[in-house]
Design a protein around this ligand. Structure first.
Ligand code: CP
Ligand code: NVA
Length: 340
Protein backbone atom coordinates (compact mmCIF):
# COMPACT_ATOMS: atom_id res chain seq x y z
CA UNK A 1 0.00 0.00 0.00
CA UNK A 2 2.76 2.48 0.91
CA UNK A 3 6.55 2.20 1.20
CA UNK A 4 6.23 2.52 4.98
CA UNK A 5 3.71 -0.21 5.69
CA UNK A 6 4.81 -3.02 8.00
CA UNK A 7 8.19 -1.45 8.75
CA UNK A 8 9.76 -0.90 12.18
CA UNK A 9 11.49 2.29 13.38
CA UNK A 10 14.37 1.09 15.55
CA UNK A 11 16.95 3.69 14.53
CA UNK A 12 16.84 6.65 12.16
CA UNK A 13 18.98 4.81 9.62
CA UNK A 14 16.15 2.30 9.07
CA UNK A 15 14.55 4.99 6.87
CA UNK A 16 15.99 7.02 4.01
CA UNK A 17 16.50 10.78 4.47
CA UNK A 18 13.49 11.49 2.24
CA UNK A 19 11.34 9.08 4.27
CA UNK A 20 12.38 10.88 7.48
CA UNK A 21 11.58 14.18 5.80
CA UNK A 22 8.17 12.76 4.79
CA UNK A 23 7.38 11.79 8.39
CA UNK A 24 8.23 15.33 9.55
CA UNK A 25 5.83 16.78 6.96
CA UNK A 26 3.17 14.16 7.66
CA UNK A 27 3.41 15.07 11.37
CA UNK A 28 2.80 18.74 10.51
CA UNK A 29 -0.19 17.69 8.39
CA UNK A 30 -1.68 15.56 11.21
CA UNK A 31 -1.16 18.47 13.61
CA UNK A 32 -3.22 20.70 11.31
CA UNK A 33 -5.94 18.04 11.14
CA UNK A 34 -6.05 17.79 14.95
CA UNK A 35 -6.18 21.58 15.34
CA UNK A 36 -9.08 21.73 12.88
CA UNK A 37 -10.93 18.81 14.52
CA UNK A 38 -10.71 16.71 11.34
CA UNK A 39 -10.73 12.96 12.13
CA UNK A 40 -7.69 10.91 11.11
CA UNK A 41 -8.42 7.34 12.11
CA UNK A 42 -5.61 5.58 10.33
CA UNK A 43 -5.47 2.75 12.91
CA UNK A 44 -9.20 2.05 13.30
CA UNK A 45 -9.76 -1.14 15.30
CA UNK A 46 -6.07 -1.86 15.99
CA UNK A 47 -4.43 -2.86 19.29
CA UNK A 48 -1.12 -1.25 20.19
CA UNK A 49 1.24 -2.50 22.95
CA UNK A 50 3.26 0.13 24.82
CA UNK A 51 6.20 -1.47 26.64
CA UNK A 52 8.17 0.70 29.07
CA UNK A 53 11.20 -0.66 30.92
CA UNK A 54 12.09 2.95 31.87
CA UNK A 55 9.82 5.76 33.09
CA UNK A 56 8.26 8.29 30.69
CA UNK A 57 5.90 11.26 30.65
CA UNK A 58 5.96 12.47 27.04
CA UNK A 59 6.54 9.28 25.09
CA UNK A 60 3.93 7.30 26.98
CA UNK A 61 1.38 10.11 26.81
CA UNK A 62 2.09 10.79 23.14
CA UNK A 63 1.73 7.14 22.13
CA UNK A 64 -1.45 6.78 24.19
CA UNK A 65 -3.25 9.88 22.91
CA UNK A 66 -1.96 9.39 19.36
CA UNK A 67 -3.24 5.80 19.29
CA UNK A 68 -6.68 6.85 20.54
CA UNK A 69 -6.94 9.73 18.04
CA UNK A 70 -5.99 7.26 15.29
CA UNK A 71 -8.81 4.93 16.36
CA UNK A 72 -6.61 2.29 18.05
CA UNK A 73 -6.57 0.84 21.57
CA UNK A 74 -3.27 1.39 23.43
CA UNK A 75 -2.25 -1.01 26.20
CA UNK A 76 0.47 0.11 28.65
CA UNK A 77 2.79 -2.66 29.86
CA UNK A 78 5.27 -1.32 32.41
CA UNK A 79 8.45 -3.01 33.62
CA UNK A 80 6.66 -4.57 36.59
CA UNK A 81 3.55 -5.63 34.67
CA UNK A 82 4.94 -8.24 32.31
CA UNK A 83 7.29 -11.25 32.38
CA UNK A 84 9.85 -9.71 30.00
CA UNK A 85 13.17 -8.94 31.66
CA UNK A 86 12.73 -11.52 34.41
CA UNK A 87 10.91 -14.72 33.53
CA UNK A 88 10.49 -14.54 29.77
CA UNK A 89 12.80 -13.99 26.81
CA UNK A 90 12.58 -11.20 24.24
CA UNK A 91 11.83 -13.77 21.53
CA UNK A 92 8.92 -15.45 23.36
CA UNK A 93 7.48 -12.08 24.41
CA UNK A 94 7.66 -10.81 20.82
CA UNK A 95 5.88 -13.87 19.41
CA UNK A 96 3.06 -13.61 21.94
CA UNK A 97 2.56 -9.84 21.66
CA UNK A 98 2.82 -10.01 17.87
CA UNK A 99 -0.06 -12.49 17.79
CA UNK A 100 -2.39 -10.13 19.67
CA UNK A 101 -1.23 -6.60 18.89
CA UNK A 102 -0.94 -4.85 15.53
CA UNK A 103 2.20 -2.95 16.57
CA UNK A 104 4.52 -2.56 19.56
CA UNK A 105 6.32 0.41 21.11
CA UNK A 106 9.32 -0.40 23.29
CA UNK A 107 11.37 1.82 25.64
CA UNK A 108 14.32 0.30 27.44
CA UNK A 109 18.05 -0.05 27.80
CA UNK A 110 19.89 -2.12 25.17
CA UNK A 111 19.25 -1.46 21.49
CA UNK A 112 19.46 -5.26 20.99
CA UNK A 113 16.21 -5.70 22.93
CA UNK A 114 14.13 -3.54 20.61
CA UNK A 115 15.84 -5.19 17.63
CA UNK A 116 15.03 -8.64 19.04
CA UNK A 117 11.38 -7.69 19.46
CA UNK A 118 11.21 -6.49 15.85
CA UNK A 119 12.89 -9.66 14.60
CA UNK A 120 10.31 -11.97 16.17
CA UNK A 121 7.08 -9.97 16.52
CA UNK A 122 5.96 -10.00 12.88
CA UNK A 123 4.41 -6.54 13.39
CA UNK A 124 5.95 -3.04 13.32
CA UNK A 125 8.05 -2.16 16.39
CA UNK A 126 8.84 1.46 17.33
CA UNK A 127 11.82 2.42 19.48
CA UNK A 128 10.52 4.74 22.22
CA UNK A 129 14.13 5.32 23.44
CA UNK A 130 17.09 3.06 24.13
CA UNK A 131 20.54 3.88 25.48
CA UNK A 132 21.66 4.35 21.85
CA UNK A 133 18.86 6.16 19.94
CA UNK A 134 15.65 8.16 20.40
CA UNK A 135 14.20 8.12 16.87
CA UNK A 136 10.57 9.10 17.56
CA UNK A 137 11.88 12.22 19.33
CA UNK A 138 13.65 13.20 16.10
CA UNK A 139 10.46 13.56 14.08
CA UNK A 140 9.05 15.94 16.74
CA UNK A 141 12.30 17.88 17.00
CA UNK A 142 12.69 18.53 13.29
CA UNK A 143 8.97 19.36 13.05
CA UNK A 144 9.64 22.02 15.69
CA UNK A 145 12.68 23.34 13.82
CA UNK A 146 10.69 23.49 10.56
CA UNK A 147 7.79 25.29 12.26
CA UNK A 148 10.17 27.93 13.57
CA UNK A 149 12.37 28.50 10.53
CA UNK A 150 10.13 27.36 7.65
CA UNK A 151 12.79 24.97 6.34
CA UNK A 152 15.46 22.54 7.55
CA UNK A 153 18.38 22.72 5.12
CA UNK A 154 21.09 25.10 6.29
CA UNK A 155 19.75 25.49 9.84
CA UNK A 156 22.48 25.14 12.51
CA UNK A 157 21.45 23.12 15.57
CA UNK A 158 23.98 23.08 18.40
CA UNK A 159 23.65 20.34 20.99
CA UNK A 160 25.57 21.18 24.18
CA UNK A 161 26.23 18.67 26.98
CA UNK A 162 26.56 14.88 27.06
CA UNK A 163 27.69 14.20 23.49
CA UNK A 164 27.56 10.43 23.93
CA UNK A 165 23.96 9.83 24.88
CA UNK A 166 20.93 8.75 22.84
CA UNK A 167 19.89 12.35 22.08
CA UNK A 168 23.31 13.42 20.81
CA UNK A 169 23.53 10.31 18.61
CA UNK A 170 20.07 10.78 17.15
CA UNK A 171 20.38 14.53 16.56
CA UNK A 172 23.78 14.21 14.87
CA UNK A 173 22.64 11.44 12.51
CA UNK A 174 19.15 12.80 11.74
CA UNK A 175 20.34 16.38 11.23
CA UNK A 176 23.00 15.12 8.83
CA UNK A 177 20.32 13.22 6.89
CA UNK A 178 18.15 16.35 6.59
CA UNK A 179 20.79 18.94 5.73
CA UNK A 180 20.81 20.48 9.21
CA UNK A 181 24.28 21.44 10.50
CA UNK A 182 24.48 19.69 13.87
CA UNK A 183 27.28 20.75 16.22
CA UNK A 184 28.03 18.56 19.21
CA UNK A 185 29.68 20.72 21.90
CA UNK A 186 30.97 18.50 24.69
CA UNK A 187 34.11 17.74 26.69
CA UNK A 188 36.56 15.45 24.84
CA UNK A 189 35.65 12.36 26.86
CA UNK A 190 31.97 12.78 25.94
CA UNK A 191 32.33 13.13 22.18
CA UNK A 192 30.26 10.76 20.00
CA UNK A 193 31.88 7.45 19.04
CA UNK A 194 33.69 7.11 15.71
CA UNK A 195 30.91 4.82 14.47
CA UNK A 196 28.25 7.49 15.03
CA UNK A 197 30.43 10.18 13.44
CA UNK A 198 31.09 8.00 10.38
CA UNK A 199 27.37 7.37 9.95
CA UNK A 200 26.58 11.11 10.25
CA UNK A 201 29.40 12.11 7.90
CA UNK A 202 28.16 9.66 5.25
CA UNK A 203 24.71 11.30 5.26
CA UNK A 204 26.18 14.81 5.44
CA UNK A 205 28.18 14.29 2.26
CA UNK A 206 24.92 13.73 0.39
CA UNK A 207 22.72 16.33 2.14
CA UNK A 208 25.29 19.11 2.26
CA UNK A 209 25.08 19.36 6.07
CA UNK A 210 28.22 20.40 7.93
CA UNK A 211 28.40 18.46 11.19
CA UNK A 212 30.96 19.55 13.79
CA UNK A 213 32.17 17.93 17.02
CA UNK A 214 34.14 20.18 19.34
CA UNK A 215 34.90 20.84 23.01
CA UNK A 216 35.34 24.57 22.32
CA UNK A 217 32.13 26.33 23.36
CA UNK A 218 32.75 29.61 21.49
CA UNK A 219 33.57 27.76 18.24
CA UNK A 220 30.67 25.34 18.62
CA UNK A 221 27.85 27.76 19.37
CA UNK A 222 28.82 30.39 16.79
CA UNK A 223 25.95 31.15 14.39
CA UNK A 224 23.60 28.68 16.10
CA UNK A 225 19.90 28.82 15.24
CA UNK A 226 18.99 26.23 17.86
CA UNK A 227 20.74 25.69 21.19
CA UNK A 228 19.72 22.21 22.36
CA UNK A 229 20.58 20.41 25.57
CA UNK A 230 19.61 17.30 27.54
CA UNK A 231 20.17 15.93 31.04
CA UNK A 232 23.76 15.30 32.13
CA UNK A 233 22.93 11.89 33.60
CA UNK A 234 20.58 9.76 31.50
CA UNK A 235 18.17 7.09 32.74
CA UNK A 236 20.15 4.03 33.83
CA UNK A 237 23.31 6.05 34.63
CA UNK A 238 24.55 7.16 38.06
CA UNK A 239 27.86 8.94 37.42
CA UNK A 240 26.77 12.26 38.94
CA UNK A 241 30.08 13.49 40.33
CA UNK A 242 31.98 12.95 37.11
CA UNK A 243 29.27 14.55 34.98
CA UNK A 244 28.81 17.61 37.20
CA UNK A 245 32.52 18.28 37.06
CA UNK A 246 32.83 17.71 33.31
CA UNK A 247 29.66 19.46 32.21
CA UNK A 248 29.26 22.51 34.46
CA UNK A 249 31.12 24.72 31.90
CA UNK A 250 28.64 23.48 29.26
CA UNK A 251 25.49 24.65 31.06
CA UNK A 252 23.21 26.62 28.72
CA UNK A 253 23.08 30.21 30.02
CA UNK A 254 22.02 33.60 28.64
CA UNK A 255 25.74 34.32 28.11
CA UNK A 256 26.02 31.23 25.94
CA UNK A 257 23.04 32.38 23.86
CA UNK A 258 24.78 35.77 23.38
CA UNK A 259 27.97 34.01 22.33
CA UNK A 260 26.15 32.64 19.26
CA UNK A 261 26.11 36.10 17.69
CA UNK A 262 22.75 35.14 16.14
CA UNK A 263 20.00 37.79 15.91
CA UNK A 264 17.18 37.13 18.41
CA UNK A 265 14.59 36.26 15.74
CA UNK A 266 16.84 33.50 14.34
CA UNK A 267 17.61 31.76 17.65
CA UNK A 268 15.60 29.27 19.74
CA UNK A 269 16.29 26.97 22.69
CA UNK A 270 15.14 23.33 22.70
CA UNK A 271 15.24 20.44 25.21
CA UNK A 272 13.71 16.98 24.81
CA UNK A 273 12.70 17.08 28.53
CA UNK A 274 12.59 16.24 31.38
CA UNK A 275 14.93 19.12 32.33
CA UNK A 276 16.78 20.01 35.49
CA UNK A 277 16.51 23.80 35.63
CA UNK A 278 15.53 24.45 39.27
CA UNK A 279 15.15 22.65 42.59
CA UNK A 280 11.37 22.28 42.51
CA UNK A 281 11.45 18.49 42.21
CA UNK A 282 12.45 15.89 44.81
CA UNK A 283 15.29 15.01 42.49
CA UNK A 284 16.32 18.66 42.36
CA UNK A 285 16.40 18.90 46.15
CA UNK A 286 18.59 15.82 46.34
CA UNK A 287 21.07 17.24 43.80
CA UNK A 288 21.18 20.55 45.62
CA UNK A 289 21.99 18.79 48.88
CA UNK A 290 24.65 16.54 47.39
CA UNK A 291 26.36 18.83 44.88
CA UNK A 292 25.23 22.32 45.83
CA UNK A 293 23.72 22.79 42.37
CA UNK A 294 20.41 24.59 41.87
CA UNK A 295 20.51 24.27 38.07
CA UNK A 296 22.17 21.77 35.83
CA UNK A 297 22.12 21.59 32.01
CA UNK A 298 20.16 24.86 31.56
CA UNK A 299 19.47 27.90 33.72
CA UNK A 300 15.91 28.61 34.75
CA UNK A 301 16.32 32.01 33.04
CA UNK A 302 16.92 30.42 29.61
CA UNK A 303 14.23 27.77 30.22
CA UNK A 304 11.63 30.50 30.79
CA UNK A 305 12.96 32.94 28.19
CA UNK A 306 11.47 34.04 24.87
CA UNK A 307 13.85 31.64 23.11
CA UNK A 308 12.35 28.54 24.74
CA UNK A 309 10.45 26.08 22.54
CA UNK A 310 10.63 22.91 24.68
CA UNK A 311 6.90 22.75 25.35
CA UNK A 312 5.93 23.14 21.67
CA UNK A 313 8.48 20.41 21.02
CA UNK A 314 6.84 18.20 23.67
CA UNK A 315 3.39 18.65 22.09
CA UNK A 316 4.88 17.72 18.74
CA UNK A 317 5.75 14.30 20.17
CA UNK A 318 2.07 13.39 19.84
CA UNK A 319 1.64 14.65 16.27
CA UNK A 320 4.89 13.08 15.09
CA UNK A 321 4.23 9.73 16.76
CA UNK A 322 0.87 9.71 14.97
CA UNK A 323 2.72 10.15 11.69
CA UNK A 324 5.06 7.25 12.47
CA UNK A 325 2.21 4.97 13.57
CA UNK A 326 -0.13 5.85 10.69
CA UNK A 327 2.61 5.43 8.08
CA UNK A 328 3.94 2.07 9.27
CA UNK A 329 0.85 0.38 10.74
CA UNK A 330 -1.94 2.32 9.03
CA UNK A 331 -4.95 0.67 7.40
CA UNK A 332 -5.46 3.50 4.94
CA UNK A 333 -3.44 4.79 2.06
CA UNK A 334 -1.34 7.75 3.16
CA UNK A 335 -2.20 10.86 1.18
CA UNK A 336 0.40 13.00 -0.49
CA UNK A 337 1.22 15.61 2.12
CA UNK A 338 -0.68 18.80 1.27
CA UNK A 339 0.68 22.28 1.82
CA UNK A 340 -0.19 23.50 5.29
N1 CP B 1 11.47 13.37 25.78
C1 CP B 1 11.01 12.22 26.30
O1 CP B 1 11.21 11.12 25.73
O2 CP B 1 10.35 12.34 27.49
P1 CP B 1 9.83 11.16 28.43
O3 CP B 1 11.05 10.48 28.98
O4 CP B 1 8.99 11.82 29.46
O5 CP B 1 9.04 10.21 27.56
N1 NVA C 1 19.13 11.23 27.50
C1 NVA C 1 17.87 11.17 28.23
C2 NVA C 1 16.73 11.44 27.32
C3 NVA C 1 15.38 11.46 27.96
C4 NVA C 1 14.26 11.71 26.99
C5 NVA C 1 17.75 9.81 28.89
O1 NVA C 1 18.01 8.79 28.23
O2 NVA C 1 17.41 9.75 30.07
Amino acid sequence: NSVFQGRSLLAEKDFTPSEIQYLVDFGLHLKALKQNHIPHKYLEGQNIALLFAKTSTRTRSAFTTAAIDLGAHPEYLGANDIQLGKKESVEDTAIVLGSMFDAIEYRGFAQETVEGLAKHAGVPVWNGLTDLWHPTQMIADFMTVKENFGHLKGVTLVYVGDGRNNMANSLLVTGSMLGVNVHIVAPDSLHPTQEIMDLANGYAEKSGAKPLVTSDIAEGVKNANVIYTDVWVSMGESNWEERVELLTPYRVTMDMLKLTGTPDEDLIFMHCLPAFHDTETEYGKEIKEKYGLTEMEVTDEVFRSKYARQFEEAENRMHSIKAIMAATAGNLFIPAVPEI
